[in-house]
Write a protein that binds this ligand. Structure first.
Ligand SMILES: Nc1ncnc2c1ncn2[C@@H]1O[C@H](COP(=O)(O)OP(=O)(O)O)[C@@H](O)[C@H]1O
Ligand SMILES: [Mg+2]
Length: 251
């Protein structure tokens, strides 16, 4: 289970991306980036963050620690910005928090160097989860203590928006031509040899067990949260074996 904290103070909005995550302080004195359950893209974004973030971590990639954040909507009452106030008011209950990496800077493909091995692991992982949000325009990689950290896995696993077509969708190739690390000669074959064998039913069960039940309830076609957890595991398991041969746009 992800550790649980409660929000005690709303600090600021992070306006860089599209979804207006918030910076908050919690009752453990930690500072977290908060992804709101009431945000436009809804709770599926949060599920994707948990599944992909926790999977990446288990593959040895760097991801800030994830927690669930209990939010009392009264925190929004004093907030002058109407958009932020609406978000806080509509996000009572369980939200997603991510350790705030103090003084991290956005990855710039022209300013930093990444080895073909590391680029290969990240591109292979993005192909596995079908991440469309790690382009050179919007890398969603932070440099912290001299190393790249992965953030923002909300726009992944497109198949979870239409479960009946999930199998067909998950069989599709991955276009890496715009990937932030495409220019570093990503060695996806070596990455696949090392990482694909780690993607097992057991590992995916462990990862999907981290998704809070409340984000899985009432999904049409699924009777229980666990049935939906298995649906999340299936396309990832299916893609792991051969996705490296279906990555397009890199040499
Ligand atoms: N864990 C973190 N530590 C430090 N800064 C972060 C962290 N997560 C996000 N940010 C900053 O906030 C911005 C927006 O967050 P992101 O997760 O990319 O959301 P979105 O793009 O959906 O708005 C990032 O581009 C980054 O500058
Ligand atoms: Mg982003």
């Amino acid at each position: 289970m992800l550790r649980k904290v409660a929000a005690t103070r709303y600090i600021a909005a992070l306006r860089e991306g599209g979804s207006l995550p918030g910076l908050i302080e919690a009752d453990d004195r930690g500072t977290y980036v908060l992804k709101f359950t009431g945000a436009g893209q809804g709770r599926k974004t949060l599920v994707a963050e948990v599944v992909c973030g926790e999977l990446a971590r288990r593959l040895g990639l760097r991801v800030p620690r994830l927690v669930t954040v209990d939010l009392d909507p009264v925190l929004g009452l004093g907030e002058p910005d109407e958009q932020v106030q609406d978000l806080l008011k509509s996000s009572g209950g369980t939200n997603l928090g991510m350790d705030f990496l103090t003084r991290a800077i956005g990855f710039d493909p022209l300013a930093f160097e990444v080895s073909p091995e590391e680029a290969g692991r990240i591109v292979w992982f993005d192909a596995l989860i079908n991440n469309v949000d790690r382009s050179w325009r919007n890398p969603n990689l932070l440099m912290w203590h001299g190393e790249p950290w992965l953030i923002d896995h909300g726009a992944t696993m497109i198949w979870h928006h239409h479960w009946p077509g999930a199998r067909t969708s998950a069989a599709k190739p991955y276009d890496a031509s715009d990937h932030a690390l495409a220019r570093f000669g990503p060695d996806v074959a070596t990455a696949a040899a090392a990482l694909a064998p780690l993607i097992t039913e057991e590992l995916l069960a462990e990862v999907t067990a981290e998704i809070p039940d409340v984000w899985l309830a009432d999904e049409p076609g699924f009777d229980t949260p666990d049935a939906l957890r298995r649906a999340y595991a299936e396309p990832l398991l299916a893609r792991a074996a051969g996705i490296h041969e279906r990555i397009e746009g890199i040499k």
